[in-house]
Design a protein around this ligand. Sequence first.
Ligand code: FMN
Length: 501
Amino acid sequence: MLSYRFREGVHVAFGESVVVTTPYATRLNSIQQSLHIDRPTDSLKILLRDLLDSGVSREHISCLDDSLSANTEHLELLGKLEYFYTKGLLSVEIIGLEGPAISLNPVKSLLHRKTAPEGDYRIRFSRFVSVQPLVDGLQVTSPLSSATVRLKDQRLFPILMQLVSECDEDSIKEALPNDLRVHYADIASLLLSSDVAGVCDDQGVADVDQEAIEAGWTTEDLAFHCHTRGQMIDLCRHRSILASNDKKQLPAKHQRIILCTAALPVPSRINHNLSFFQVVRERKTIRTYQEQPVTAAVLSDFLWHSMHIREEILCDPGLSRAYSGLLRPVASAGALHSIELYLCINRCIGLQTGFYHYDSCNHSLGKLSDLGEPCLQMLDLAAASTCRAPQVASVSPGLGQRPDVLVVMSSRYGRNASLHQQTGLSYALILKDVGAIYQQLYLVATALGLAPCGLSFGSSELFEQASGLSSRLECSVGEFMIGNPLSMDGYGLRAGSDLRP
Ligand SMILES: Cc1cc2nc3c(=O)[nH]c(=O)nc-3n(C[C@H](O)[C@H](O)[C@H](O)COP(=O)(O)O)c2cc1C
């Protein structure tokens, strides 16, 4: 038997008209979508109540009202059922002799009913599916799917292995227990409609996967993208995450326990005669350094104009979610500024080598340790990763130069989570903040005549060892190198020296 029921989170208010409130809401302000049905017939009201309570089978609809002899009302009810299905409001369950066997549970507010094609065809799971064990079975899901599929009857578990590769109709039927074989068409429709499986082309690629595979998406990137860029969210999923976590606010300003403080010279007013547009025009990546190291004075300017705290502010005042934010020269989503700067100082005139935290409130450096093994490894990783850059393809990894200073950006994830756990955007916004900081560091370094280079490779493990912090609390999310630039002919470069009109 195949049975429909309203999915979790659907509410129905009965009155002269009926309002069906859905669990789907906009991410921005949690406004739930609802459907209004004017002047519903009595049969429709019965259908709605049954969908809320015991569930409805297709056959059941014809018995809702004895007076349903006229086919039109029967068809109307079927039409309404289909409408709720396409709006992602109905869970569908196939029940065999041993109870519930397999179900489809929508997670998006749009679902297309699909059926297996006529003739010869093969179907398989999407390459992007994952399987999660739950108390009532195994849940199959994919970032691309509009619904999850739950295998509830253990006798169906073998089809998990089978559908990893292409299967024709006969081989799937053979894998089904006898009592479920008669439901083959419904089971195939349930797998295809959810998009956890698709019909294969000649190369064995499921139709649901074709564009993602062609573009080269990895499962992880696709999951991250779909999770953070969808406009609508399923409130049930997000609320259950929230309920399990009563988040405390982390303070906006971050103090570290340090060995000693290294005062930085008072930041100067930059006087390099470079206009903003000249800086923008001149900005470029430089990965080779002069003999002469950077100075504490220039490093001080670099940090001040990039990341010092201008002001602490109260964000969303008057609302229950009011929180303290920061203003810095660089922008940050929600003024959260969860990113902290750490410096591996390899060589710098006026400062000891070592691993430092930038105290962006007091504009000073707090020394955490000498340059130990993890820091040296971070510097080597940075040097080696410059050899993958397009302009220096011929340089061997051993030839990359260690920067004078390696800036490591870490994020206090909890700052973003306190505001964005519900929207699911915490990590996506952290990475966007990192991008803003990269550009800020590039522009300020250019204005100061430094050699800037953003990096793609970094190690959260090495940062964890160097900082002594659990990466669950504070994790490295970006790296940036600076030094004094060396021109291609071996001479030192100065800001503005390469100016073209
Ligand atoms: C996010 C990001 C990551 C980067 N990763 C590296 C890297 O790992 N190694 C490197 O040498 N350059 C890296 N770069 C610098 C780019 O290679 C450089 O921006 C690009 O080649 C264009 O050159 P330009 O900056 O001089 O315009 C990175 C830049 C950015 C913004």
